[in-house]
Design a protein around this ligand. Structure first.
Ligand SMILES: [Zn+2]
Ligand SMILES: [Zn+2]
Length: 359
């Protein structure tokens, strides 16, 4: 659901490119866009983009998740930190410890050198919904009204009564953090901690906004639209930064928990769907063309003369779409042969005749 470019496209490789070639290609691009070498404004963002693509595609497990479930699959299973964490060894190999990757890496997450005040993040919101198998085929546009914490519109998130402003905190001189030194034996340790007077904000509200009581946020609701992609399966998918808002920080995520409803006619297994078709004993014996339902509508199939019970007929490409490509799974039709439970007199005579002729 995030509008990220395809990882393969970002690195300029294909789905079948082996991992050692992906590494070579990443090295080439990383050297070109490493912010130490490339001073253009987009280099940092681009470096992050290729690094993320590499972090996912270089890890066999994450690559598999991406191939099968796409971006939403990766977002639903891994945080940004999970994605980069496992590839850090590789990054160090490529850039060396002195290549500055650690500092770039930390800048991705708004932390520099571990000493500055960490940006606050709003909490995530879980939203549960169910979709039909037809929605899985076509994808679904969702428009929901979500109750959540939103930035206060009276004070624009500042927490100050309109017309008033914040004062710099005198305890920390507006730094939001205080240095404390402790001596232990021969050594003395300096630690940097968030200022307790201003709770790390660096400023103090003089007259709080009466609407949000100085919090800068309040309970509210927002209309949110997002796409459930075709091919979706049961699981959690992330809509980034549509969770609870936090003024001056990063909004939480909206986690969409999807359950695919059972279908009246079809059973789904991954990308394939299964369907049982009843036919009469006579049709199984003599053969016949029949019409069966598919996810798209109907399809004519031929029952061969002499078809045995539980014969499986495959309809190629009539299954569920792959989340990451245009290909679709298959539909499997199982032939269920009905044996008549009751015969009238005439039918009985005919079958007895048939039996005699077969002896
Ligand atoms: Zn302070
Ligand atoms: Zn307010």
């Amino acid at each position: 659901m995030a509008t990220k470019r395809d990882y393969y496209e970002v690195l300029g490789v294909s789905k079948t490119t082996p991992s050692n070639e992906i590494k070579t290609q990443y090295r080439k691009l990383a050297l070109k866009f490493h912010p130490d070498r490339n001073k253009s404004a987009e280099a940092g963002e681009h470096f992050k983009e290729i690094s993320e693509a590499y972090a996912v595609l270089s890890d066999p497990e994450k690559r598999k998740v991406y191939d099968q479930y796409g971006q939403a699959g990766v977002d639903g299973r891994y945080s940004s930190e999970d994605i980069f964490q496992d590839a850090r060894g590789d990054f160090s190999d490529l850039f060396g410890r002195s290549g500055g990757f650690d500092s770039i890496f930390e800048s991705f997450f708004g932390r520099t050198g571990g000493s500055s005040y960490r940006q606050q993040r709003g909490s995530d919101i879980l939203y549960e919904t169910s979709v039909t198998l037809e929605d899985v085929l076509h994808g679904k546009k969702m428009e929901i009204n979500l109750h959540k914490e939103i930035q206060c519109d009276i004070c624009n998130g500042s927490g100050c009564k309109p017309g008033t402003s914040k004062n710099a905190c005198s305890t920390c001189n507006g730094q939001g953090q205080v240095r404390k030194s402790r001596s232990m034996g021969f050594a003395s340790f300096v630690t940097v901690e968030p200022c307790s007077t201003c709770k790390g904000h660096g400023s103090i509200i003089q007259t709080p906004c009466s609407d949000c009581k100085g919090n800068g946020k309040k309970k509210g609701s927002k209309n949110i639209s997002f796409d459930i992609p075709a091919g979706v399966d049961n699981g959690d998918y992330t809509v980034p930064e549509e969770g609870n808002e936090i003024p001056g920080g990063v909004n939480g995520d909206l986690i969409v928990r999807i359950r695919v409803q059972a279908h009246q006619k079809f059973k789904r297994d991954d990308m394939d769907i299964f369907y049982d078709q009843d036919i009469s004993m006579i049709d199984a014996t003599l053969g016949r063309e029949i019409t069966i339902p598919t996810l798209d509508g109907t399809e004519k199939i031929k029952i061969e003369p002499g078809s045995q019970p539980n014969t499986i007929i495959k309809l190629k490409g009539k299954g569920v779409p792959h989340m990451n490509s245009k290909s679709r799974g298959d539909q499997y039709i199982r032939i269920v042969v009905n044996i008549p439970k009751k015969l009238n007199k005439h039918q009985k005579i005919l079958l007895e005749e048939f039996q005699k002729s077969a002896e």
